[in-house]
Write a protein of this length. Structure first.
Ligand SMILES: [Zn+2]
Length: 417
């Protein structure tokens, strides 16, 4: 029986682009990771590589402990075929999804089984030294409980609710995270755990998780998250997460929305989408309309009840969001837009309003096959996306080069300087 986690698929690079042995091994390892148990002939037909070449690569992957012999599988061409699977006990990936008021952490095997998972309430205002220390301790405690040794941590992926420099894994001027500007999250974790570390924006990882849990017919995929802020993540038609030049791509929360140009945003500007359409902004708007103080939690529960004033407020905000989404649709023509956040779990109001504005305002060719839906992975999307990014890093050409490096090599884990 599969789970939300085990059903996700890794991106298989185009075999024609394999320039060297590490890239070829990366392709073979990902085919095996996606296939469960895969025979030599299946790898031959998927890659077009010669049987003897594949044998050589398989031997290296098996020696590195990344792939293992799965025994004799189904009968092929009249004889039983030896099959291979991704190693089940070679190592794990450590994943964290940080929000402004909590973090979730998980440890999974390379074959995508969840070995441990926990959620801790925090306040991100405590600053990176305390929060990242708590995340690191959670990883270490879970590894001890699961009897996982330090050298079995193969990669770490962390999602952060703010802009992240995608080259250096550094947090850059995050509006919702005072005290985090310039924090070298990647370097800290790579030095502590001595393995490859990926630090990315949390919404990017949610988009990646969602995209990998769906087929290629759902690409390009744009995920919009409505939470303490509003964010976006985009996965292209070839399955790649869009980072842009520096990692800022998709951060739609600070686009200006004309009719709300006076509303102050946490970033210091006025009239940003986040200042109008975040959960907190919706609650404040409802409070203003009803002459009371409304918390984000109260907004969600009154929306779930179908309270008329709440539905009106939420639909007004969703119309503003819909206009921004229509512009984005015209720009990048996604096949699927996923709107994530509690406000979409408890009612259809946001989705139906966004749909109505987008179909009205975007170009017909761009909306012909477009679907606008809620997330399939719920509040696990960020962790699942983190797992995908970590396993894809381990099985990347660079990851395989690192895990098959000769003794005495001076190659360092990603993130260590
Ligand atoms: Zn802003």
């Amino acid at each position: 029986m599969g789970s939300l986690w085990t059903e996700v698929q890794l991106l298989e690079a185009d075999p024609d682009l394999a320039p060297n042995a590490h890239a070829a091994r990366s392709i073979i390892a990902r085919i095996i990771a996606n296939g469960g148990e895969v025979s030599r002939s299946e790898i031959v037909s998927a890659t077009g590589l010669a049987r003897s070449t594949i044998d050589g690569h398989l031997q290296v992957l098996i020696r590195a402990g990344l792939v293992e012999d799965a025994g004799i599988g189904a009968i092929q061409r009249g004889r039983p075929a030896q099959s291979f699977r991704i190693a089940q006990n070679r190592g794990v990936v450590l994943v964290a999804d940080l929000a402004v008021d909590q973090f979730q952490v998980a440890i999974t095997s390379l074959d995508k089984r969840v070995l441990g998972q926990r959620t801790l309430a925090i306040n991100v205002d405590l600053g990176p030294d305390i929060v990242v220390e708590m995340i690191s301790q959670s990883f270490e405690e879970m590894m001890t409980e699961l009897s996982i040794s330090a050298d079995q941590a193969l990669a770490i992926s962390v999602g952060i609710p703010g802009p992240v420099d995608s080259h250096r894994g550094v947090v850059v001027r995050p509006p919702l995270m005072p005290g985090w500007d310039g924090y070298e999250a990647c370097k800290f974790l790579a030095e502590r755990f001595d393995c490859d570390v990926i630090v990315d924006n949390d919404v990017n990882l949610k988009a990646l998780g969602e995209a990998r849990s769906l087929g290629s017919e759902s690409l390009p995929l744009l995920l919009i998250s409505i939470d303490a802020g509003v964010g976006g993540g985009f996965v292209s038609e070839s399955g790649l997460l869009l980072h842009g030049a520096d990692g800022a791509a998709g951060d739609i929360g600070h686009m200006r929305v004309g009719e709300h140009s006076d509303v102050l945003c946490a970033c210091g500007n006025r009239g940003c989408l986040s200042a109008v359409a975040s959960i907190g902004a919706m609650a404040a708007r409802l409070g203003h309309a009803t002459g009371s103080t409304v918390t984000a939690h109260e907004l969600i529960s009154s929306l779930a009840r179908g309270d008329a004033a709440t539905v009106n407020t939420v639909r007004e905000v969703a119309a503003t969001l819909g206009s921004v989404v229509a512009d984005l649709v015209n720009f990048c023509n996604p096949a699927r837009i996923v709107i994530a956040g509690e406000v979409t779990f408890c009612s259809d109001d946001v989705l139906s309003q966004v749909r109505s504005v987008v179909y009205q305002q975007a170009q017909p060719l761009a909306t012909r096959n477009l679907s606008i839906v809620r997330t399939e992975l719920g509040d696990q999307a960020g962790l699942i996306g983190g797992m995908v990014s970590a396993i894809e890093q381990v099985l990347s050409a660079r990851g395989i080069q690192f895990h098959t490096r000769p003794s005495g090599s001076d190659m360092k884990p990603l993130g260590r300087t």
